[in-house]
Design a protein around this ligand. Structure first.
Ligand code: ACO
Length: 180
């Protein structure tokens, strides 16, 4: 297993994982017709743009298992101008069969460490309020519940919860948890 910064050539793999993981994660939580209508091709062009625009503001990591990309995470500047949390974990998704093996923690640490190394002290994440498994993951990794809000995600109105970490230095590579 290894975590590395994503390259433009990873767009197709990330798009496939994005669609597959949304379908398994959000079945029953997001309208079925929306999930069925998701297209790996459309996601690929979206991810190609994101990957070619990577820098301080936005970045993406992937995790490989047996030489295959099986998950990804993206992060960057917090998007709503929160005065306390300047960094944000935008997305973190693994294929269902790769969940629960420690890969999510490695991706999370890579994003948090990168934010710490680029001057962010704190980060937050927004998660679908009904996604109790992911909420448990964030709580286990030390996230503090910050509040709820209704957001537009991919054109849908959804209830989300936010969690925050105010001590990102602990995730900085070379400290307690290398970004690996
Ligand atoms: N409750 C309590 N603890 C948990 C939970 C939970 N629900 N889930 C994981 N943990 C703990 C694990 O026991 C482990 O503990 P340890 O490292 O101290 O032994 C730690 O959290 C890390 O667990 P991992 O095995 O690394 O978690 P995983 O690889 O499954 O990654 C993730 C978590 C990314 C949420 C993955 O399960 C996934 O892709 N889920 C589906 C997609 C999803 O919901 N993504 C988040 C959407 S929100 C957003 O993207 C911003």
């Amino acid at each position: 297993m290894s975590v590395r910064p994503a390259r433009t050539a990873d767009a197709a793999a990330i798009a496939r994982i994005h669609v597959a993981s949304w379908r398994t994660t959000y079945a029953g939580l997001i309208p079925a017709d929306f999930l069925a209508g998701m297209s790996a091709r459309a996601q690929q062009s979206r991810w190609s743009e994101i990957l070619s625009a990577q820098g301080r503001a936005t970045f993406v990591y992937v995790v490989e298992s047996d030489g295959e990309v099986v998950g990804f995470a993206s992060g960057g500047r917090e998007r709503e101008g929160n005065p306390r949390y300047s960094g944000e974990l935008y997305a973190i998704y693994l294929l269902q069969e790769q969940q629960g093996k420690g890969l999510g923690r490695k991706l999370f640490e890579a994003v948090a460490g990168r934010l710490a190394d680029t001057g962010h002290r704190a980060m937050l994440v927004w998660v679908l309020a009904a996604n109790s498994a992911a909420r448990g993951f964030y709580e286990h990794l030390g996230g503090s519940f910050l509040g709820d809000a209704r957001h537009h995600v991919a054109g849908l109105q959804v209830d989300e919860a936010s969690y925050g970490w105010s001590d990102l230095e602990q995730f900085s590579p070379g400290r307690a948890w290398p970004a690996g």
